[in-house]
Write a protein that binds this ligand. Structure first.
Ligand SMILES: Nc1ncnc2c1ncn2[C@@H]1O[C@H](COP(=O)(O)OP(=O)(O)OP(=O)(O)O)[C@@H](O)[C@H]1O
Length: 328
């Protein structure tokens, strides 16, 4: 039995293809993140899986049962699947306890454990209009989880959250998977949210899956520049601009560009080192845990990461980490 099977889903919105033949399967407890630029179809996909949007063609099966869309049933949605939208709403003028009691069917002990996981125990007496955005979101999440779903669909849960609320929510999402045994699909366009959490990443562009793989695969071996760019900074060196890399004896496939993540280039002390690239430091920018350094090569500039700033105008020697180059 497949836990979730998405089979050839397509949907058109205003004459544009929002989703085009999207297919994938998800085993239970396998954490899937969906990434893609704005308008690539991420929310549409989640809503179709939740049974809240009707696909034009294709099917979604949840535990081998076909999910009916809103055109096929009176009350949209599917038992066992919950969707936390970017625009969730809580009832006004009620306390958090009242909001949750209304939907709660869990025994008291389980409900308390759930509230603890969601970091909301201390908010029970507050009214819903007396909460911060991050607190409201965790109440909305608890309100869905209290129905004991098997599949949780989270649509950009971290957008609009400051670092503190974001880190609380990250630990909540981690604990949901660990302790509540709920499978999750997460949509986010921040690479840091998805790379560290997901077992598998599905990348959408213009409604199509362009790459699907482990976080390591999509980060280190993107299929194209679009995927590479979604997950962080990179250097892309055209085939006719690689003279500075000659000493590295890299075998370059014809017509392909060199793709190198900044952290795959490391500064070596020895400026005469063979098997290294020499360049001149153009500038250093502070990024908290490290510096981003732009280095001028004869034909182009490249960006590297380094633990300290480097003096502008100084000559540096760089080495490439093992398997640090990819071609696209
Ligand atoms: N209700 C709607 N009416 C008209 N067009 C829509 C509707 N919902 C989505 N679309 C269009 O379908 C395409 C996919 O939208 P969708 O919201 O799924 O993308 P997304 O990847 O989730 O974007 P974002 O990251 O901005 O939320 C976009 O071109 C969007 O404008």
């Amino acid at each position: 039995m497949n836990f979730l099977q998405v089979a050839n889903i397509s949907r058109t919105e205003r004459d544009e293809q929002a989703l085009s033949n999207v297919s994938f399967t998800q085993p239970a407890f396998h954490k899937i993140a969906v990434a893609g630029e704005t308008g690539s179809g991420k929310s549409s996909l989640l809503k179709i899986i939740a049974g809240l949007t009707q696909p034009d063609s294709g099917n979604v099966f949840f535990e081998d049962v076909r999910i009916e869309g809103p055109a096929e049933k009176l009350i949209p949605g599917h038992k066992g699947i919950v969707y936390l939208s970017q625009q969730f709403e809580l009832p006004n003028f009620l306390t958090v306890a009242q909001v949750l009691e209304y939907v709660n069917e869990l025994p008291e002990e389980e409900a308390q454990a759930l509230f603890k996981i969601c970091h909301i125990n201390h908010l029970m007496k507050r009214r819903t209009d007396q909460l911060s955005g991050g607190e409201k979101q965790r109440i909305a999440l608890a309100r869905l989880l209290i129905t004991s779903p098997k599949l949780l669909l989270l649509d950009e849960p971290f957008s609009n959250l400051d670092m503190i609320h974001k880190s609380t929510l990250k630990s909540v999402i981690h604990d949901i998977g660990e302790h509540l045994k709920i499978t999750c699909i997460l949509v986010s366009h921040d690479p840091l949210d998805t790379l560290s959490w997901a077992d598998e990443i599905i990348v959408l562009k213009e409604g199509k899956i362009v790459q699907q793989g482990s976080p390591q695969e999509v980060y280190q071996h993107p299929i194209n520049e679009y995927v590479g760019g979604l997950f962080g900074k990179y250097n892309l060196i055209a085939p006719d601009k690689t003279s500075a890399f000659a000493a590295l004896s890299i075998e370059q496939p014809a017509g392909k560009k060199m793709f190198i993540r900044p952290e795959n280039l490391i500064v070596t002390e020895d400026t005469s080192a063979s098997h290294s690239i020499r360049g001149v430091v153009k500038n250093s920018s502070f990024f908290g845990h490290d510096y981003e350094i732009t280095v001028m090569l004869p034909e182009n500039n490249i960006v590297i990461k380094h633990s300290e700033p480097l003096v502008k105008g100084s000559v540096v020697s760089l080495q490439l980490r093992e398997n640090g180059v990819w071609f696209i």
